[in-house]
Design a protein around this ligand. Structure first.
Ligand code: SF4
Length: 114
């Protein structure tokens, strides 16, 4: 079976074709760099995504956050539920850890809030 993917590892968006035999990856073609091959293999075996969203602050405003590392794609909805129940204590600096552990990553602030 052939699976065609658009690589999202950089803005070029190369079309990468993965040939699979069952769950085994036979070949990866179309990538123009090693990151594309790595992306395609991960996408076929265990897809991951970086979550970017906002968290409520103690004063009711919102602060931008993201997962420090990509998390399993099938955990994104559960991750969003946890993030939506989180309230961050002000003041917040860029890089502050808002949630320590979320499916193998932390959630960090990407903006400042006083
Ligand atoms: S294969 Fe390489 S160059 Fe192409 S989109 Fe992916 S990361 Fe970018």
């Amino acid at each position: 079976m052939k699976k065609e993917l658009t690589c999202i590892a950089c803005p070029l968006g190369c079309t990468v074709t993965v040939t699979l035999k069952g769950k085994e990856i036979i070949s990866v073609e179309g990538n123009t760099c090693p990151r594309g091959k790595e992306y395609a293999i991960t996408e076929c075996i265990a897809p991951v995504r970086t979550v970017t969203t906002t968290v409520k602050c103690t004063d009711g405003s919102l602060v931008a956050v993201k997962t420090a590392r990509p998390i399993p794609k099938d955990k994104m909805m559960e991750a969003m539920r946890i993030i939506n129940y989180t309230v961050a204590t002000l003041p917040i600096s860029v890089g502050d850890v808002i949630i320590e552990e979320l499916f193998g990553s932390s959630v960090v602030a990407t903006a400042e809030k006083q």
